[in-house]
Design a binder for this molecule. Structure first.
Ligand code: HEM
Ligand SMILES: N[C@@H](CC(=O)c1ccccc1NC=O)C(=O)O
Length: 265
């Protein structure tokens, strides 16, 4: 049973660095929960980024089927992240107050992986680059994502390749800015939803995207509810109004025409 010469479980999984990376700054009992909750979320986000990036490439190659599988996995990852809030919710305001000061001005605002997921999906709000300005390596990473079409841009480009008129979107070459909602794209999705049999791949893709956004919205809702439960309406350490800011973020849509189309069917 000696693993002196062979690769062990601990080696393969790099458990030494991972399990020595929890460094509470206070003696508060709940700080370890807070750290592990965030670290595990970031690990799941890493996998989500891997899946979304590959899904984008698969759609580009006109291979939607593998993309469907990856997007299903992304939705499941968010389901996992959503359940994880139940653990964090066991932390009361008194328990959080015990170590909140130790966090200084750090905040989830600076989660570059969260921002990468939003940018990859299609929610490109350039103001959100701000918190990463002090890290040129992260800026480069996020700018690289912004220089390429998002998941939703690729879905729209697939609509065009299948013969749909996507209006001014067809001439788009700059992917950096937030795209404008379009009547042509709405009409294209309407035709897809009115004729699932004829456009099965597009229909399935649309539903995978809606599923992804559905779980993503639940994550945002769980976050804001937990935040209100723990800090009420205190300002956030990241400098925003806190709960009020997060409530506003609940209105953000990743795939707007896919929600709009429901009304016109
Ligand atoms: C007690 C727990 C938590 C509290 C009190 C809290 C509080 C906040 C607040 C107030 C903000 C707004 C930015 C600011 O001014 O700081 C924020 C943003 C954010 N938090 Fe949390 N948070 C908690 C847990 C988490 C967890 C577990 C994650 C998972 C990684 C997370 C990820 C984020 C992200 C990604 C943002 C940016 C959201 C956006 O800009 O739309 N937070 N959080
Ligand atoms: N913005 C939070 C602090 C916070 O939640 C946080 C701080 C450091 C690392 C991760 C965090 N989580 C999510 O925003 C607050 O205002 O209490």
């Amino acid at each position: 049973m000696s693993f002196r010469e062979r690769m062990s479980y601990t080696d393969y999984l790099q458990l030494d660095p991972i399990l020595s990376a929890q460094k509470p700054l206070s003696s508060a009992h709940d700080e370890l929960l807070f750290i592990i909750q965030h670290q595990t979320s970031e690990l799941w986000m890493k996998l989500a980024i891997h899946e979304i990036t590959s899904a984008i490439q698969a759609i580009q190659r006109d291979e939607p089927q593998p993309a469907f599988k990856m997007l299903t996995r992304v939705a499941r990852i968010f389901e996992q992240l959503n359940s994880a809030w139940d653990v964090l919710r066991t932390m009361t305001p008194s328990e959080y107050t015990d170590f909140r000061d130790a966090l200084g001005q750090s905040s989830g605002f600076q989660s570059y992986q969260y921002r990468a997921i939003e940018f990859l999906a299609g929610n490109r709000n350039l103001a959100m680059l701000g918190p990463h300005q002090h890290r040129p390596d992260l800026m480069e990473h996020l700018e690289a994502i912004l220089s390429r079409p998002s998941l939703y841009d690729e879905a729209i480009r697939l609509l065009a390749r299948k013969g749909f008129d996507i209006g001014s979107e067809a001439a788009r070459t700059d992917w950096r800015d937030k795209r404008q909602e379009s009547e042509e794209v709405l009409e294209a999705w309407r035709v897809v939803y009115a004729n699932p049999g004829q456009y099965w791949d597009l229909y399935e893709l649309a539903e995978k995207l809606v599923d992804f956004e559905d779980y993503f919205r639940r994550w945002r809702f769980n976050h804001v509810t937990t935040v209100e439960r723990v800090i009420g309406f205190k300002r956030g350490t990241g400098g925003t109004s806190g709960t009020q800011y997060l409530k506003k973020m609940l209105e953000v849509e990743l795939f707007p025409e896919l929600w709009r189309v429901r009304t016109v069917l």
